[in-house]
Design a protein around this ligand. Structure first.
Ligand SMILES: *Cc1c(COP(=O)(O)O)cnc(C)c1O
Length: 413
């Protein structure tokens, strides 16, 4: 059983109302997580979660998060426009640059967004595109590998394309200061999908001590520490979920070591969680449409990697349940496949599941982040609908399925 789910009759009712496959999101769950995150960092007077739009870029979801006090982390012109149309503005938007067309800075600046610079060369681009604001965030890459608890290697920031090196920080900040910057933010994303609750505290310790040194050596006050995304969710049932209040307390301890008691005017804390916020609250609902017994035992479903590419792309594990058979013994060894002409289009390989018959309803769990959003149209397989299970239990279509007309609409015949 997955760590987080909703009653299986909900999937049955949804599948009566909408043709499969579709993504189903649970509003109550998203709000609950957003509130828990906010609560965990409530000790910091200047805290804000900037939801990473790329994880689930649907306006209805973004509006729910806005109501819960979140801002948005955007990385492209389209994401900025989406944020604008959902009513986000000014310091509710974080714009994380990364080799994008420089004119996107113009839009970010015109919206009043915080700009997070990925490279020292972005300083000159920003000067030409929108101008240098009073507060600028810089993205730090610590280099090397990032380890916690002494021995275990958790990530290799040095191999990542993002951020400034340690040596670039002081001269870069001095240059920004000369151009009129009054305060800086500092950001780093050292590891992804971390279910170790000590990740954020460890990262915050690095960023806070670096910020305190930079305040002295560059002569600029720190406006905020941006811990980015990276808190993980337990895709596998045996992994315990992250205790976010433990994480918040851990970050607070690091804060107090460096900056003393939190109070207004001292550096704020920003987060840009994507996966943690919505990941467990989304599901791909799909029917078994085909069964095949050859060298292996295959169940073909009407969803494919277009709905959820993570298993095909990273070999990622997603829990799958068979509706109505949640408690049935797992007696059969299956590959659960989609219909693409790609052998990696499999949601599960060699997975023990209850016996599945054509017509059974299946749910692929933890598809509320980096799922629909990574969709594509290979093989002319179109993106399917997104449905919101509202707090009152009713369903609302929040994105219709694509039609062949949508696919053809950009073609030149
Ligand atoms: C992807 C991304 C995030 C969110 O990452 P999660 O793993 O979904 O938490 C946050 N910030 C930036 C800059 C990102 O690129």
């Amino acid at each position: 059983m997955p760590n987080y789910s909703i009653p299986s009759e909900v999937f049955i009712r949804a599948a009566e109302q909408f043709p499969t496959p579709f993504h189903l999101y649970d509003e109550a769950g998203i709000r609950k997580t957003a509130r828990a995150v906010r609560q965990a960092f409530s000790w910091c007077p200047d805290y804000m979660e900037y939801y990473a739009v790329k994880a689930l870029p649907n306006p209805q979801i973004l509006k729910i998060l806005k109501e819960e006090g979140c801002g948005l982390d955007c990385s492209s012109e389209t994401e900025l426009l989406l944020a604008q149309r959902c009513g986000f503005s000014g310091e509710q938007i974080m714009f994380s640059a990364n080799a994008m067309p420089p004119r996107e800075f113009d839009l970010a600046r015109s919206l009043g967004a915080y700009v997070n610079l990925d490279d020292v060369s972005d300083i000159d681009l920003l000067k030409e595109h929108g101008g240098i604001p009073e507060t600028v965030c810089i993205r730090y890459n610590t280099g090397g590998s990032f380890s916690m608890h002494g021995n275990q290697i958790m990530g290799s920031p040095g191999d990542a394309k993002y951020g400034w090196t340690t040596d670039q920080l002081v001269p870069g900040l001095q240059k920004l200061k000369a151009l009129g910057v009054r305060r800086f933010g500092i950001h780093a994303f050292l590891a992804s999908n971390m279910t170790d609750p000590d990740y954020y505290p460890a990262l915050s310790g690095i960023l806070m001590s670096t910020a305190a040194e930079l305040e002295k050596s560059a002569g600029l006050p720190c406006a905020f520490i941006n811990l980015s995304g990276g808190i993980g969710i337990p895709y596998r049932p045996e992994v315990p979920p992250v205790d976010i209040s433990y994480v918040g307390n851990g970050v607070r301890r690091e804060y107090e070591k460096v900056f003393g008691a939190p109070q207004a005017g001292k550096p704020g804390i920003k987060t840009e969680l994507g996966r943690y916020m919505t990941g467990p609250h989304g599901f791909v609902v799909t029917h078994a449409v085909h069964e095949k017994n050859t060298y292996k035992h295959y169940i073909g479903v009407d969803a494919c990697a277009v709905q959820l590419i993570r298993p095909a792309m990273y070999g990622a594990y997603h829990e799958i349940s068979v509706v109505g058979k949640e408690n049935a013994p797992k007696t059969h060894l299956y590959d659960i496949t989609g219909c693409l002409c790609e052998n990696n289009d499999k949601f599960a390989i060699d997975r023990m599941l209850p016996e599945i018959h054509v017509g059974d309803l299946l749910v692929i769990h933890d598809a509320g982040a980096h799922a629909f959003a990574m969709g594509y149209q290979y093989n002319g397989r179109l993106r399917t609908a997104e449905v919101l299970r509202q707090e009152d239990g009713t369903f609302r279509l929040i994105r219709r399925a694509e039609t062949p007309e949508d696919y053809f609409s950009t073609l030149i015949w």
